[in-house]
Write a protein that binds this ligand. Structure first.
Ligand SMILES: *Cc1c(COP(=O)(O)O)cnc(C)c1O
Length: 401
């Protein structure tokens, strides 16, 4: 069903990441356009009835319906597969659609899932509340401790699900070690790579089976569209994931796919610059407030972060003391940085997780994750870091720090 892409995997796999991000997956139409075309079409026409029947039997190449295939979406899927070093990828309408499809396509009632406890808020709701309603047993562990993963394995464990660096506590999970434990137990190891992006970390190279993404974050990186992606082996994508998504339909719109395609052209530039900015901001704030940033030696897992990731990432957590009142006071004193719960944007954004992104998980779960009332999350963007440092300096000062 793949259209002729004019690209051959043996060539594209030799390209380095920045080249893959600009050119991977491009499939030009007969017009030879430079930039990828947007195919806003829900269906496709056939030359004759026999051709339609052959496509439906899977015997003739070509598209049938945009819930199943779309040329613009396929270009993005191939580009993301190349960036993650995966055999195949599929895109979804949002990151949560990707997480849900990756888990629900693989798990059935009676199966057991082990998940790292520090997860994006909606991922925790999926693990704690939604999957159990369908008969999936779940165990949540401190993902930093490999022994905790091993001890949680049961006879019916079929998947491991983890996020690293984790949102918003910046826990780092040793992907290679945890993936080896999961694989030995026959569990599918799924990594949410939204906070790192394939520029910083490629979980499949470290032994994971599946990478799931919120492409809303660093991949779009300009706060415009929601998108998700799932990458893995061709066999798992075709036999397990597509058996679920073809009929449940969490597909990405071709327009949004095109926006992300264009964004990926600058992914490496944006991610590396934002990481350099985050490193400068973290260095400037360290000592003034308690802070966790994987790129600083003060992060308890700095060594692991530097082995596993190309840089320290774009996100840090700050503990300002004085509970919610002080945390809100810092936010309300910002003059440049926006109060926003998004991350991975070219604009620097700050949020109070306990009252926003993690408000839907119980206080008990929040505290176990380390999300206290005085915690703030900072997602560093592409502004001049000196302007960011000046704004944070005055906001902390006005909040009495
Ligand atoms: C944002 C995010 C998600 C959810 O993605 P959406 O595109 O908002 O649905 C999942 N995991 C992580 C780590 C995220 O940051």
């Amino acid at each position: 069903m793949k259209p002729h892409t004019g690209q051959d995997r043996s060539t594209t796999m030799r390209w380095r990441p920045a080249t893959r991000a600009v050119r991977g997956g491009t499939a030009r139409s007969a017009h030879g356009e430079t930039s990828e075309a947007i195919f806003l079409t829900s269906g496709y026409c056939y030359d004759n009835a026999g051709e339609a029947a052959a496509r439906f039997r899977g015997e003739a190449a070509g598209m049938t319906y945009s819930r199943l295939q779309n040329p613009t979406v396929e270009m993005l899927e191939e580009r993301i597969a190349l960036l993650e070093g995966a055999e195949a990828a599929r895109c979804t309408a949002s990151g949560m659609a990707a997480m849900t499809a990756a888990l629900m396509s693989h798990l059935s009632a009676g199966d057991h899932l082990v998940a790292g406890r520090a997860l994006f808020g909606s991922c925790r709701v999926l693990v704690d509340t939604i999957l159990p309603r369908f008969g999936v047993e779940t165990t949540v562990v401190d993902g930093r401790d490999p022994a905790a993963w091993a001890n949680a394995i049961r006879r019916n464990t079929r998947a491991f699900f983890l996020e690293t660096p984790a949102n918003p506590t910046l826990d780092i999970i040793d992907i290679a070690e945890v993936a080896a434990i999961g694989r030995a137990a026959g569990a599918l190891v799924i990594v949410d790579n939204a906070f790192a992006s394939p520029i910083l970390q490629r979980p499949l190279e470290l032994g994971a089976d599946v990478v799931a993404h919120s492409a809303t974050k660093l991949m779009d990186g300009q706060g415009r569209v929601l998108a998700g992606a799932i990458a893995g082996s061709r066999q798992w994508i075709e036999e397990t994931l597509l058996a679920f998504t073809r009929h449940t339909g969490p597909v990405l719109s071709p327009f949004n796919a095109w926006v992300v395609l264009k964004s990926l052209e600058t992914l490496e530039l944006r991610v590396m610059r934002a990481c350099a900015n985050a490193q400068k901001v973290a260095q400037a704030l360290e000592g003034r407030v308690r802070l966790l940033y994987p790129g600083l030696p003060s992060h308890p897992q700095h060594g692991l972060a530097m082995r596993q990731m190309a840089a320290g990432g774009t996100i840090m957590a700050l503990w300002v003391g004085g509970g919610r009142a002080r945390a809100h006071a810092v936010l309300d004193s910002l003059a440049l940085i926006d109060i926003s719960n998004n991350v991975g944007d070219s604009r620097t954004l700050m949020t109070h997780p306990a009252s926003t992104t993690h408000a839907s998980v119980s206080e008990e779960v929040r505290l176990a994750m380390g999300i206290t009332e005085d915690m703030l999350r900072l997602s560093v963007g592409l502004e001049d870091p000196e302007d960011l440092i000046e704004d944070l300096d005055q906001a902390l000062g006005r909040a009495g720090l």
